[in-house]
Design a protein around this ligand. Structure first.
Ligand code: UGA
Length: 455
């Protein structure tokens, strides 16, 4: 374990979701003294018992080690945590509102709680906003909340930075420990230097650190997610064109495109569309934000429109495959918005299931981690406890999430168990020739035009 000589050794993390808990565990695993705070008492108990409250590979083991070594503990009292530490990261959620703008209530409340603690504190404390907030929020809203409740002045009495987070669910630990870059938005030089020193020590100087103004740092986060979603919608649009062209397969096309170093192969996988708690929300918030400044953002709106169409397209393919839907069973493999998470937020599976149910099909789903969907509108969705029960008697199977265990399935698994062995591989996990040889006319790979003339 590395023990740092930096003066900011004790860290409070306000908000123990994916970002907060991963950050807390990573700091603690490198020798920092960390207090993670959450208002959820059950989660406080679970974290203190060394148990992560959500599914994230590697997190549980690392968390248990940190709790055992007494470098990490959870606490529901934010003020107490701030008083016992040198810096606080705000990592609470900024969910979307019905109009697409972000709900800033939680970041404001976190700033107020920190501010109240700072009022009692006699030492310099650095406040770092990690939550995703639109440009101007840290300076115009959170700084004011901190100053109002602390009766102190930012820059003079306490530090303030914005430090956007780029980790992905499913690889949160790896991404936190090995980011491509670290962006620091500084309110003043002292704050930026203090955070820079902490992060440079944490990464042992191995990660590029970019320092800029608060607003630019806030914008980097939105601009990055906007670019990633643009790549995904671009790949999906190419898939939809390729699907109609005999002999053209989007996976070959994207492999050829991605090797251009100016483009790179990542985020070019055509599929069921991007979901999750971040990309759709951030894109909508950026559109709204641009609109407030008089810009309509036509490119970003098109990216969203292509994404919305993708789930509909897959549901349509399934309905075409089964013919009259009445009573016929469609098997959905995968519910989580991506593998290695139990998160269902904005998951394409929900949109696909909803459409199939509305058309009158029976829909049965299997996911290795998400065992049941209890939300309204999905009462008719059936849940299978294994791949086999999911496939049994089905007239069509749609691969919605590319979980590792689905990749081992062979054409025989479908032929022997389904009423009609029709497979729509919406995540392109299967080898098209192998499947097409055994399931002629009914193995459809998204973006694969090999069946174009038959359809
Ligand atoms: C995303 C970004 O990748 C992170 O950098 C960012 O920190 C995070 O949002 C955030 O703003 O907090 P995440 O939502 O966890 O991370 O997951 P991704 O791996 O980006 O996947 C998002 C969605 O895009 C998934 O539904 C995935 O299936 C889809 N996707 C991704 C594709 O359809 N094709 C691809 O090639 C890549």
């Amino acid at each position: 374990m590395i023990t740092h000589v930096n003066s900011m050794q004790r860290i409070a993390i306000v908000g123990a979701g994916y970002v907060g808990l991963s950050t807390a565990v990573c700091f603690a695993s490198r020798g920092y003294q960390v207090i993670a705070t959450t208002h959820n008492e059950e989660n406080v108990r679970r974290i203190n018992a060394g148990e992560a409250p959500f599914h994230e590979p590697g997190l549980n083991d690392a968390l248990r080690r940190c709790v055992q070594s007494k470098l990490l503990r959870a606490e529901s009292d934010r003020e107490k945590a701030v008083l016992q530490t040198d810096m606080s990261f705000i990592t609470v959620a900024t969910p979307d509102q019905p109009d697409g703008t972000i709900d800033r209530r939680y970041v404001i409340r976190a700033s107020e709680d920190i501010g109240r603690a700072l009022r009692e504190k006699n030492a310099y404390h650095l406040v770092v906003v990690k939550s995703t907030v639109t440009p101007g929020t840290t300076r115009e809203v959170l700084k004011l909340a901190l100053e109002r409740t602390s009766h102190l002045t930012a820059g003079r009495d306490f530090g303030l930075c914005m430090n956007p987070e780029f980790l992905r669910q499913g690889s949160a630990m790896h991404d936190t420990l090995h980011p491509d870059r670290v962006v620091i938005g500084e309110y003043d030089r002292r704050s930026g230097k203090a955070l820079g020193d902490v992060l440079n020590a944490f990464y042992e100087g191995a990660v590029p650190l970019l320092t800029m103004g608060l607003e630019s740092a806030e914008m980097v986060k939105y601009a990055s997610n906007a670019f990633l979603t643009t790549k995904v919608s671009y790949a999906n649009e190419m898939a939809n064109i390729c699907e109609g062209v005999p002999g053209v397969d989007v996976s070959h096309v994207m492999a050829g495109v991605g090797l251009d170093k100016r483009i790179n192969p990542r985020f070019l996988n055509a599929g069921a569309g991007f979901g999750g708690s971040c990309l759709p929300k951030d894109l909508k918030a950026l559109c709204k934000f641009g609109e407030a400044y008089g810009y309509r953002a036509p490119l970003l709106r098109a990216v969203l429109a292509v994404n919305d169409g993708q789930a509909r397209h897959i549901a349509r393919l399934a309905l075409t495959t089964i013919g009259k839907p009445n009573g016929k069973k469609v098997a959905l493999l995968g519910l989580a918005f991506k593998p290695d998470t139990d998160d269902l937020r904005e998951a394409p599976s929900l949109k696909i299931a909803k459409q199939l149910l509305a058309a009158g099909a029976r829909v049965c789903a299997f996911d290795p981690v998400v065992k049941v969907i209890t939300r309204e509108g999905f009462e008719a969705l059936e849940h299978a406890d294994s791949i086999s029960t999911c496939l049994a008697g089905a007239h069509c199977c749609v691969v919605v999430t590319e979980w590792e265990q689905f990749k081992a399935l062979t054409p025989d698994d479908f032929i022997t168990q389904m009423a009609q062995p029709a497979v729509i591989d919406a995540r392109r996990i299967f080898d098209p020739p192998q499947f097409r040889d055994r399931l002629p006319f009914t193995a459809i790979g998204l973006g694969d035009g090999s069946l174009a003339s038959e359809r």
